[in-house]
Design a protein around this ligand. Structure first.
Ligand code: NAG
Ligand code: NAG
Ligand code: NAG
Ligand code: NAG
Ligand code: NAG
Length: 550
């Protein structure tokens, strides 16, 4: 461990002794339908407290976040928290495999802590195709006082939630998928719920206001359904400082590719002539480019933005090379000293390699997506509850898939896809994408080290080119077409964790699985008991509580 990290460790230890309990932030959120028309077409959206996007949660590492969510929709609802690790506490993860849905007219109080986390994240509605209707919002997790941040406090912080957008109702999109069809191309791109122009092509009022000479932090997340986006600011450069909750080496870029589910923080210096400039998000790797703009205005500006947008990069190689330039800042303090010495993740012995290949197929004439030959379906009893109450036998079978993908033409099984990982083991996962479209994979409950990426097939030889020193620890990673990506992580967070394609039609049609990580000790040190307010459903409605973890 570096000396800087050791100093941070002792500061953390002192803080832990003096802070009796971490502060509480309370929220009451009412989830309703409402009508919005971000692309000029009125459509039904999911609003939180009347807002689209939903309210931002602005908090600090370790805060207790208590959110009482009232579901006023006419269908079940759940929220999930992209990138929040919920240490020992998958009970708060809000996925269909961990929580019973909040039924219409009911409420559920989430209670979680961004334990030792910092950075930029977002929440989203996890059921069905709700994400296509909104219901998402930004999460900012600040470093605690006394924990040094590797850049000066910016003059202000902005959020840019960027994503593709459909004008079809979420229920219509779900019906298309149920009928075995694709949801097709998005209708447009949004930045913070807006396309940036009205029907006549006139710019919306400025979304971001800056003062000349000052520095601003943009927290950019791709909250869309399937499209990788390129983010840039006309006339300005982006200094990358944080990615999925890790401080990075501060390289400067003209633009950044942001794949679905990923978040970046960049510093933008208002160092240009006083004026208006476009903030741009445009699609990558698709034939017909779609673009959203937002106006960034310098105080005192009277000049409209130049109509000439900065050009987007093209091709895969640029994107892969950009990924290769990302480095973790090893001397910047993380919010926590990493457990198990994972600063030195490159010297930990791999105990298991799991190769996961995605596939697109038809089962009984209907479109399905699979991982290693199994296309996941959710169960009436969330798999975490079935496991906790020891009734999983009637609900699902563990480890239907192996650690090696089956032959490409092997039959696909539709079943709950649950694998087990031994607690605290260090595992390598190789994502193989033999298809011609891009993948973005997310793992709940963890951050991991993406150590390598390359075209073609992964072989053990590929390990020679791994970055075993300073890969940026993160929660979502892309896999380019006909390429592979390798990640490494320690499965030290007990719980039931969703590993999914963030390409939402793939997720909906089965390209996801759950990793069950159980501590053999059944100890509160490793995992919390099911909370008292947990909603019960399926096979566990009236079962007596199992013996508590102690
Ligand atoms: C967010 O929290 C930070 C740290 O507590 C604070 O400095 C900042 O003013 C807050 N921002 C908003 C918009 O509330
Ligand atoms: C629903 O809200 C009530 C009132 O605040 C609260 O007491 C109760 O715990 C909430 N229900 C759940 C399941 O969290
Ligand atoms: C890394 O973080 C340290 C400590 O906060 C900071 O001084 C340094 O400038 C950062 N390095 C880079 C390359 O960004
Ligand atoms: C890792 O494996 C190597 C070779 O099998 C062995 O020599 C070494 O002691 C192991 N290291 C640890 C930390 O277990
Ligand atoms: C779980 O149930 C099985 C029978 O289905 C039983 O053999 C086993 O002992 C139970 N485990 C616990 C921890 O209760």
């Amino acid at each position: 461990m570096s000396r800087a990290a050791a100093v941070v460790l002792s500061v953390v230890a002192v803080l832990a002794l003096v802070s009796a309990e971490d502060p509480y932030l309370y929220f009451t959120w009412e989830v309703t339908y409402g009508t919005i028309a971000p692309l000029g077409v009125p459509q039904r959206a999911i609003l939180i407290n009347g807002q689209f996007p939903g309210p931002e949660i602005n908090c600090t590492s370790n805060n207790n976040i208590v959110i009482n969510v009232y579901n006023y929709l006419d269908e079940p609802f759940l929220l999930s928290w992209n990138g929040i690790q919920h240490r020992k506490n998958s009970w708060q993860d809000g996925m269909q495999g961990t929580n019973c849905p909040i039924l219409p007219g009911q409420n559920f109080t989430y209670h979680w802590q961004p334990k030792d986390q910092i950075g930029s994240f977002f929440y989203f509605p996890s059921l069905g195709m709700h994400k296509a209707a909104g219901g998402f919002g930004s999460l900012r997790v600040h470093s605690r006082l006394l924990i040094p941040v590797p850049f000066d406090p910016p003059a202000d912080e902005f959020t840019a939630l960027i994503g593709d957008w459909y004008t079809k109702d979420h229920a219509v999109l779900a019906r298309l998928l149920e009928a075995g069809r694709s949801i097709g191309r998005p209708a447009g791109i949004l930045i913070n719920g807006k396309s940036g122009k009205d029907a006549a092509g006139k710019d919306d009022p400025p979304l971001f206001t800056v003062e000349a000479g000052k520095i601003y932090r943009f927290r950019v997340c791709n909250v869309g359904l399937k499209t990788s986006l390129n983010f840039r600011v006309q006339g300005h450069t982006l200094k990358l400082v944080e990615m999925d909750g890790s401080h990075t080496v501060q390289n400067t870029y003209d633009s950044l590719d942001v794949h679905v589910g990923q978040c970046y923080s960049v510093l933008v210096t208002a160092d240009q002539a006083v004026g208006d400039y476009y903030v741009v998000a445009s699609t990558r790797f698709v034939k017909q480019v779609q673009t959203a703009t937002a106006v960034l205005r310098y105080v005192g500006s009277t000049a409209p933005p130049s109509a000439v947008l900065p050009e987007a990069p093209s091709g895969w190689a640029w994107s892969l090379n950009q990924w290769r330039s990302f480095r973790w800042n090893l001397t910047a303090s993380a919010a926590r000293p990493n457990p198990q010495g994972s600063y030195h993740y490159g010297s930990i012995n791999i105990t298991r390699t799991i190769k996961l290949a995605n596939s697109r197929t038809r089962v009984d004439g209907k479109l399905r997506f699979a991982l290693n030959g199994v296309s996941h379906v959710n169960t009436d009893t969330p798999v975490k509850l079935a496991e906790y109450f020891n009734v999983s036998d009637g609900v699902f079978k563990y480890n239907l898939i192996g650690d090696v993908p089956p032959a490409a033409d092997a039959a696909v099984t539709i079943a709950p896809n649950i694998i087990t990982a031994e607690f605290r083991t260090f595992i390598e996962i190789v994502f193989e994408n033999p298809e011609k479209s891009i993948q973005s994979y997310h793992l709940d409950g963890y951050s991991f080290f993406p150590v390598g990426m390359g075209p073609g097939k992964w072989t053990p030889e590929s390990r020679k080119a791994y970055n075993l020193l300073d890969a940026v620890s993160r929660h979502t990673i892309q896999v380019y077409p006909r390429s592979w990506t390798a990640i490494m992580l320690t499965f030290d967070n007990a719980g039931m964790w969703n590993l999914r394609s963030e390409i939402w039609e793939r997720h909906y049609l089965g390209q996801q699985l759950y990793v069950s990580v159980l501590s053999p000790a059944r100890s509160l040190r490793d995992e919390y008991n099911m909370p008292d307010n947990a909603i019960r459903c399926g096979a566990v409605v009236s079962l007596p509580l199992p013996p508590s973890y102690v």
